[in-house]
Structure formats: structure tokens, C-alpha cells
Ligand binder design. Structure first.
Ligand SMILES: Nc1ncnc2c1ncn2[C@@H]1O[C@H](COP(=O)(O)OP(=O)(O)OP(=O)(O)O)[C@@H](O)[C@H]1O
Ligand SMILES: [Mg+2]
Length: 266
């Protein structure tokens, strides 16, 4: 795994403002947080609170025209100050993402194998044969049979696609994984299985994981730290247990109550 002293991602005073269509939306306002290697950090909050915007700011994947201010340090480099060609060096190889709706982001006419071998060829200059072997290893690590390599995306179930998206994100052995609602479209049991796979892999490999989810109770069970976002700001953050069991902010308390009510309704 590439290290280069990149022991954490540290956002300081991060703000994201969308400017498209003549409208200005301040999606992230002056947020500071850390994602250390070897830790699982949960970013929770209701829809529209700015979770995806904060996550996508890290590898510089926000739409053109979006204003980003503040700093995103990793190993002494401020990613927020890098231009596109500088950021390209970070994506996949050092910081990989499983984006929101990853299961719909595959190219329909390419097999799963081609998706992985092309990433390996592009970023690591891996030759075809070695790439194929590596792709099989990656799929197995993500909990899929290597026979799935020959399949096209539409030939996989939702859970299998999410696992394939995980395999793809892990292809270049990044130190950090940013996963945005990686299991939301799945049934509850599959959600748990896929999340367990993700968390086991990042823990085994000592990676840092930023896990975005709106499900606070789920995040509390697997994360080391929780960050609760509300209206683009961090309402509270701290050790996962403490935030979930002893929330200080009324908003966090409301999120927890909403989950309890849903559980009762089920
Ligand atoms: N490309 C965009 N252009 C303009 N506004 C945007 C854009 N993307 C997001 N927003 C706005 O920024 C705010 C934060 O959105 P964001 O997607 O970060 O929320 P989220 O917490 O990830 O929500 P969800 O849980 O629904 O995924 C929202 O008000 C949203 O409408
Ligand atoms: Mg989102």
C-alpha cells in the first residue's frame, strides 16, 4: 500500500458552494474533520445535509464551477489547492471512492473484468494477464466468485454490483476509501453483509474509511467515530458510542428517535 506519510485526511474549514443555474447553495459550511488510517469514520445526517458534497470535495470530484474553500490535507499536501492533473495522481491510487449510486455507474457494454483491468492498466500500467489475475483476487476479496468477471453489469444483482464497485475501488490499493451510501439500495440483510465486507477489508488492510450513511444506528455499530451533519455544518462529532448513546445535540437526539420509531413501526 502506498503510504508516503499519509496517515490521515484532515479537512479544515471546508466549505462547498454550488453556483450552477444562477443559484447559490452553501452545501458545506466551515467543516473540520479527520479520517485517520486504520479508522472507520461515519458521516451521518438527513438528506441534503451536505454529506456527499463533503465527501466528493476530498478527491476534487464536484461539478465544474463549484466553489471549494478551506483545506484538505493528506501527507502534507493540501488537496483543495491542487489542480485537476495534480488530483488525478491521488484518485484511485491513494484515495478511492465508492460513489452514491455506484451500482449504476458501470459502463453497460464492459464486463466486470474490463472495468477492473482498465483501471489497473491506466493507473498502475498493469499488463492484461497480470490485470486479469488481480481482478479475480479483488473480486474474491469483495466476496464474489471470480466467475463474475465475465459478466456485464446488468447480469449482477444489486448486492453483487456493490461488491464489484468495492473491488474496483480497491484495485490500486488505496490508503483511504470514501464510500457514499454503499448499501442503501439493498435489503437489510444484504446491506449488513456488504457493509461487513467493506469494514473487514479496510480494517485488515489498515485503510482509513469515510462511510456516508443516513442510518445512524447502523453507523454506530461499525464506526470508530461519528460526524453528524446538519444543514452543511457539523452538529456534533466524537467516539461513535458516545454520540449514539449520549448525544449532546438535539438534532442527533432527533435522528436517534426517528430510527427508534422506524424500528417500532417494523
Ligand atoms: N450539483 C449540485 N448543484 C446544486 N446544488 C447541489 C448539487 N449537489 C447537491 N446540491 C445541494 O447541496 C445540498 C447538499 O447536498 P448533498 O448531496 O451533499 O446532501 P446529502 O447529505 O448527501 O444528501 P442525501 O442523503 O440525500 O444523499 C443540498 O441542498 C443539495 O440540493
Ligand atoms: Mg448524498
Amino acid at each position: 500500500m502506498s503510504d508516503r506519510g499519509e496517515s490521515e485526511i484532515r479537512a479544515e474549514g471546508l466549505s462547498v458552494t454550488y453556483t450552477g443555474g444562477g443559484m447559490t447553495t452553501r452545501a458545506v459550511k466551515n467543516c473540520s474533520f479527520r479520517v485517520p488510517k486504520g479508522k472507520v469514520v461515519g458521516l451521518v445526517g438527513e438528506s441534503g445535509s451536505g454529506k456527499s458534497s463533503a465527501l466528493m470535495a476530498i478527491p476534487g470530484l464536484l461539478p465544474a464551477g463549484t466553489l471549494v474553500s478551506g483545506s484538505i490535507y493528506c501527507g502534507g499536501t493540501d488537496l483543495a489547492a491542487l489542480k485537476e492533473d495534480g488530483l488525478a495522481d491521488w484518485r484511485w491510487r491513494r484515495i478511492a471512492i465508492v460513489p452514491q449510486g455506484a451500482m449504476n455507474s458501470f459502463t453497460p457494454h464492459l464486463t466486470i473484468e474490463r472495468h477492473i483491468t482498465e483501471v489497473l492498466a491506466h493507473h498502475l500500467k498493469t499488463h492484461r494477464k497480470a490485470g486479469r489475475e488481480r481482478a479475480a483476487e479483488l473480486l474474491r476479496a469483495a466476496g464474489l466468485d471470480a466467475a463474475m468477471l465475465a459478466r456485464y453489469p446488468h447480469e449482477l444483482s444489486g448486492g453483487q454490483k456493490q461488491r464489484a464497485a468495492l473491488a474496483l475501488a480497491l484495485a490500486c490499493e488505496p490508503g483511504f476509501l470514501l464510500a457514499d451510501e454503499p448499501t442503501t439500495a439493498l435489503d437489510v440483510i444484504t446491506q449488513k453483509e456488504v457493509l461487513d465486507t467493506i469494514v473487514n477489508i479496510v480494517r485488515e488492510r489498515g485503510m482509513g474509511l469515510l462511510l456516508v450513511t443516513h442510518d445512524l444506528s447502523l453507523a454506530a455499530g461499525i464506526c470508530d467515530t461519528l460526524i453528524v451533519m446538519k444543514d452543511g455544518e457539523i452538529a456534533e462529532s466524537g467516539p461513535a458510542r458516545q454520540v449514539a448513546e449520549n448525544p449532546r445535540h438535539p438534532y442527533t437526539q432527533r435522528l436517534i428517535e426517528a430510527i427508534r420509531e422506524m424500528d417500532v413501526a417494523r
